[in-house]
Design a protein around this ligand. Sequence first.
Ligand code: F3S
Length: 344
Amino acid sequence: MKKPLIRTAKTAGFCFGVKRALEMVMKALESGKKVYCLGPIIHNRYVLEDLSGHGVRFIENVEDAVDGILIIRSHGVGRDVYEKIESLGIEYADATCPRVRKIQMLAEKLGSSGYELILAGNAEHPEIKGIIGHATGPVFVADTSDELIELTEKRIKDSNCGIALAAQTTYSPDIWKKSVNYLKRVYTNLQFFDTICRVTVDRQAEAKQIALRSQLMLVIGGRDSSNTRKLSDACMPICRTVLLENEDELSNIDFDGITEVGITAGASAPEAIIKKVGVKMSEILNSTEEMSFEEMLEQSFKTIYNGEKVRGVVTAIAPTEIAVDVGTKHAGYVPLNELTDVPG
Ligand code: F3S
């Protein structure tokens, strides 16, 4: 009988934006002050329950945070929210992901340059609402490729402004590419800004590669997480795909005849849950892998020691820091005051 095989995506788990947001919450907790998050800081109920256990309070109104530190979540918020926070003199930490911030700034700039903005994404998602809250001109949102094309054609007919298109950071790279390719062929006067997060692109590409070699693909993450759902949508046409939030849900899955399984996870899925799913699945399949799931997971990441010189790729630039991918599980951050262009 063929040995059951489990392949785990190297890109599974927290992205640098989520990790950064959680670090800000932990730092705020260390101050001993009350810590408030405006809405769920990330879309994963286990992480939220854990933070609640540490005393973090999730609120919907800025006014409720006057006696503590308010954390703005990674999805970002509109300009009006900053104005309210400042008018009330509330202490806050801004965990808006630098990649989301970039789109907010784009929306500001396009409006003041006389452009309308069409966003590819989910109009109800907090990231999109936050971007709209920074726009200085008209913004329209469409989700599917058909809707995006139809909306763009309508705006071309009805509008006298320039038209620019950008996407939610977790938008499907395939749908974006398909829509843009069509629009570029037919219209020459549109501006396109591919603002899909590189993490999303890489994660989906790797998940699809693994799905091609698997009979079953497990996607771990919150059901309300946009990037987790998009990951699952990307694998679904390739092989049987199941979205699950934790290892207990494995008991609902039929593993009959399955010998090759792929695992990936959304950007807000904690490593502990990814490990638990892998371990439990190994038990179910009675996997005879030469390496344990933990060993495979650990081995897929480079270890860096203090004092070691490393080469990295700058993946994001924010006004106060840069994010650098150095091949480890988590992105590195270099604060502005530690950056230098002096060799050595
Ligand atoms: Fe940011 Fe990309 Fe994560 S936009 S929050 S790094 S998925």
